[in-house]
Design a binder for this molecule. Structure first.
Ligand code: AMP
Length: 289
């Protein structure tokens, strides 16, 4: 595995690889790697001969009061994991390399960016789209793999790719979970063991809700109330009082366009975001209605 931090060097290598007609698979990450990231690398390896992973904690996708400074950075451990996976290149640029002084171009997909996570993180997806577009121009991937954990991100990036004619295909990987059901996330490092146990109630509630839909329940407000009550009563009940709990959103929407349907039909996404103390947790489940 080669570690590269310079944009020009990465671009040069990608050009050479394409000249040899070898396909490039790409997995962008912010590091603090876990099994969720590794599963995406496995997918990239299945689809392409040359695999590039990036680690970059992207400042533009964090709001001014968010956790950019304390976001977990575990490069030594990440390097070990990645060399075991035998990827071809780790692209790990500095902030200055990606956003030099005077940087001023941003990409916005407003139709899908102002709902769900975008409501409480109004500039988040602009930062995500900007960095992914930059990384695509640097790595020139044939395919790029993203996790369904960030289902809204996938919809937004697919729209960006279509609208801006990027020649990259997006492939998605399912959510990888802890044995208790909690969706793996770099931010789970902020949680205590007890909190991780309590937080598993989020996925349990999503599964119970999916079961209700599968059994024929279609009343969206009733389903949303079931999720809210489930999370608030069960998580609060089993948590110490200092761990405040606040629902950011609960949505039951069309998975492909993020619209709230009049009646549930086709692929539906049940998505939630919950503030657990100072940690914001997101999770979702797909139900075929
Ligand atoms: P991040 O490092 O959190 O920016 O995530 C990098 C990529 O990993 C994104 O495409 C995420 O959706 C994906 N990802 C994060 N957590 C998981 C998970 N538990 N299972 C599968 N993919 C994940």
């Amino acid at each position: 595995m080669k570690v590269i931090s310079k944009i020009s060097e990465m671009q040069e290598i990608s050009k050479e690889i394409h000249k040899k007609n070898i396909s490039i698979g790409f997995v962008p990450t912010m590091g603090a790697l876990h099994k969720g990231h590794i599963s995406l690398i496995d997918i990239a390896k299945k689809h392409s001969r040359f695999v590039v992973v990036s680690i970059f904690v992207n400042p533009t996708q964090f709001g001014p009061k968010e956790d950019f400074n304390k976001y977990p950075r575990t490069l030594t451990k990440d390097l070990e994991l990645l060399s075991e996976k035998k990827i071809d290149i780790l692209f790990a640029p500095t902030d200055k390399e990606m956003y030099p002084k005077g940087y001023g171009t941003y990409i916005d997909v407003p139709d899908f960016s102002n709902k769900l996570c975008g409501k409480s993180r109004p500039t988040h997806f602009k930062g995500v789209c900007t960095i992914v577009a930059k990384l695509f121009n640097i790595v020139s991937p044939d395919i790029a793999v993203f996790g369904e954990k960030d289902a809204q991100q996938v919809v937004i990036l697919k729209k960006m790719i279509k609208d801006l004619n990027f020649p990259t295909k997006i492939i998605t990987g399912q959510i990888i979970r802890e044995p208790n059901g909690l969706a793996m996330s770099s931010r789970n490092k902020y949680l205590t063991d007890k909190q991780k146990q309590n937080a598993s109630i989020i996925y349990k509630t999503l599964r119970e809700t999916a079961n209700k839909i599968n059994k024929g329940e279609r009343n969206i407000p009733k389903l949303k109330k079931f999720i809210k009550d489930g999370i608030l009563t069960k998580m609060t009940h089993s948590s110490p009082s200092e761990n405040s709990l606040k629902i950011d959103y609960i949505e039951i929407i069309n998975k492909n366009n993020l619209q709230q349907p009049k009646t549930l039909k086709g692929e539906c996404l049940i998505a939630v975001a919950v503030w657990y103390g100072k940690t914001r947790l997101i999770d979702n489940i797909t139900v075929n209605c």
